[in-house]
Design a protein around this ligand. Structure first.
Ligand code: ZN
Length: 165
């Protein structure tokens, strides 16, 4: 009888830990000068799917509610800067403040997706596109980056994982 009781306690606590959700919050800073980075989109990705998302406010603070404990790829992005990808981040309820630096680097990176492959990568073209560029964009041979150019623009895009880098 005692044994059955013990097994049920273990079972119940296992079920609880699976169904338990929690909130995460923290701060996003500019990696160059540590000042607050506002309006950065945060996505928690599991098996290629965005499971949870949020963004930093004007003071760089963010909060994402009701997350399930799991291992996620964390994607930080804005429209003008390159994406930052943090692979296999283990999010657990005991974590309190999770702070990030954004972006990762402003140097020109090799044409390798953060997930490690070299195919499905196309260049990003800035400025007003020519007719030929529009056609190439339609064929997904290049991505149109628009006219807003920052000092840390992404130059490459992975079509498979939708990452600007
Ligand atoms: Zn990729």
């Amino acid at each position: 009888m005692k044994r059955i009781y013990l097994i049920s306690i273990i079972l119940i606590s296992t079920i609880n830990s699976f169904s338990q959700t929690f909130d995460i919050s923290g701060h996003i800073n500019d990696f160059r000068d540590s000042t607050a980075f506002s309006w950065v989109k945060i996505e928690l990705i599991k098996d290629g799917k965005v499971e949870f998302n949020g963004h930093s406010d004007k003071n760089g603070n963010y909060e994402i509610k009701n997350i399930s404990p799991n291992t996620y790829d964390i994607k930080l992005s804005t429209s003008e800067y390159r994406d930052k990808l943090i692979l296999n981040y283990n999010l657990e309820p005991c974590l309190d403040n999770i702070n990030f630096f954004y972006p990762n680097s402003c140097e020109t990176l090799a044409a390798i997706c953060p997930y490690g492959h070299e195919d499905h990568i196309i260049p990003i073209l800035y400025g007003f596109p020519s007719e030929k560029a529009f056609e190439s964009a339609e064929k997904e041979e290049l991505k149109l980056g628009g006219c807003i150019i920052s000092d840390c623009n992404p130059h490459l895009y992975c079509k498979k994982h939708k990452i600007n880098f």
